[in-house]
Design a protein around this ligand. Structure first.
Ligand code: ZN
Length: 238
């Protein structure tokens, strides 16, 4: 498959650059949340879950804009017939160890959330459906190299308890995904608590908090813009 994405950070759009926080940690595991927005569950014909649906992408999936521009090319699977779908998601980076923590303990953990950004959870949707139908794991559809595209980390301070964060994905200047964390079925602190009972979290781990509705296929030549408040990041599918 020749579909690649190169991500270029656009200084011209970002007037809050001094808030960007550099990587203090190497990326650990990426804990992803499935169906955290009811409208997205509905668009794929899935039921709304009673507990968060969790899966993990290994660090080998991650393309991060903190890296030099030359490395911002997603290494798509080369021998697949499946189309690549995008899912834009709010992402946080973990700054403190967390294990078996209640929601109150999550709220009280200073420095737990070390950075915030937007990311793309790239998915071979048709393959994922085939694997789900067979009762097989999803990794072949979700964990290929380059399947986790992260923009630059920014300081978390202005986002409060993350209950009122808005973010958008534009494709070719058309609003394609509009995310509001108030729509999350499981808010961030609840997620972090729930996750911590299954996977101990370590500094450098990343949480992808689930995608709002509007997912679809990436096509060669698409121009993507991720917007998180004053922060804008651009990518191009090549
Ligand atoms: Zn996702």
């Amino acid at each position: 498959m020749s579909q690649n994405i190169s991500n270029t950070y656009n200084d011209g759009f970002d007037n809050q650059k001094d808030e960007n926080v550099p990587s203090k940690f190497s990326i650990g595991k990426v804990v992803c949340v499935g169906r955290n927005y009811a409208a997205h569950a509905a668009e794929l014909g899935n039921e709304v879950p009673s507990r968060p649906i969790l899966f993990i992408k290994p660090a080998s999936c991650v393309i991060n804009n903190d890296q030099p521009i030359a490395s911002h090319v997603i290494d798509m699977p080369r021998d697949t017939v499946y189309k690549v779908h995008y899912e834009a998601e709010l992402c946080v980076r973990i700054g403190q160890p967390l294990k078996c923590a209640t929601v109150e303990e999550v709220k009280a953990c200073i420095g737990l959330i070390d950075g915030v950004t937007l990311g793309l959870d790239l998915t071979l949707r048709d393959l994922q459906s085939e694997l789900k139908d067979k009762g097989h794991p999803w990794e072949r559809a979700k964990c290929f190299d380059g399947s986790c595209v992260l923009a630059e980390w920014v300081a978390p301070d202005v986002y409060g308890d993350f209950s009122a964060v808005n973010y958008q994905l534009y494709i070719n200047d058309k609003l394609t995904q509009d995310g509001k964390t108030e729509w999350m079925l499981f808010p961030l602190y609840d997620l972090l608590s729930e996750i911590s009972y299954t996977f101990s979290l370590q500094p450098g781990d990343v949480i992808m908090t689930g995608t709002p509705s509007g997912v679809g296929v990436l096509n060669a030549g698409d121009n993507l813009t991720l917007k998180l408040g004053e922060h804008h990041w651009q990518s191009k599918v090549i």
